[in-house]
Design a protein around this ligand. Structure first.
Ligand SMILES: [Fe+2]
Ligand SMILES: [Fe+2]
Length: 190
């Protein structure tokens, strides 16, 4: 995951004081998602729902009408986070632990038990969410973005256009290794 420390801190405090999704936003979400995707979105925790709407609203400011499916992708990109069962505090700890251990190690942790397994699940919420969307009958673009939303090098393989990936990643607060905001990067290939 390439979110900056500042972004992680901001997200931490944002989620500590998040309310719940209001009626207007809820109606907007229902317009964007298919029935299958909506059922999945409704199973997300309150804090994750609020964050997902925030990300999708930011993305909507940069996307056209023909890109509507990618707003669904923004709403569901972190749906895999629910599997670990962690709240905000333990997610922050899991992020630190996971970064120290590395992606391969945390992948193996998913086959472990207890807290270690849950950290593994959290660190691989991208893959887990992607499979959940596919199994639920969500659209291929929505599943694809969940899978690669932390890794620009996989956008092309997942058929995520670079223009779309940059908007969605920037809306999610991602920064690339060069410190550039994803929205302003021109290096990722279509
Ligand atoms: Fe994520
Ligand atoms: Fe996210």
């Amino acid at each position: 995951m390439s979110a900056s420390v500042g972004h992680l801190v901001g997200r931490f405090f944002g989620s500590m004081f998040a309310g719940s999704v209001g009626a207007l936003d809820l109606a907007w979400v229902e317009e964007i998602l298919t029935d299958e995707e909506r059922r999945l979105w409704l199973r997300m925790g309150r804090v994750d729902q609020v964050e997902s709407v925030r990300v999708a609203r930011r993305a909507a400011a940069h996307l056209g009408d023909s890109d509507a499916v990618w707003l669904a992708a923004a709403l569901l990109h972190d749906v895999g986070k629910r599997d670990c069962g962690f709240g905000t505090l333990r997610r922050a700890g899991a992020t630190l632990m996971g970064r120290l251990a590395g992606r391969e190690t945390t992948y193996a942790w998913m086959s472990s038990t207890g807290h270690v397994r849950r950290v593994g699940l959290y660190m691989h919420h991208d893959e887990i969410g992607s499979v959940a969307i596919k199994v639920a009958g969500g659209r291929p673009e929505v599943s694809a973005w969940a899978k690669v939303h932390h890794d620009p090098s996989r956008w092309r393989l997942a058929e995520v256009p670079a223009r779309i990936g940059r908007v969605l990643a920037a809306a999610d607060g991602e920064r690339f290794a060069d410190g550039m905001s994803a929205l302003h990067s021109t290096s990722a290939a279509d």
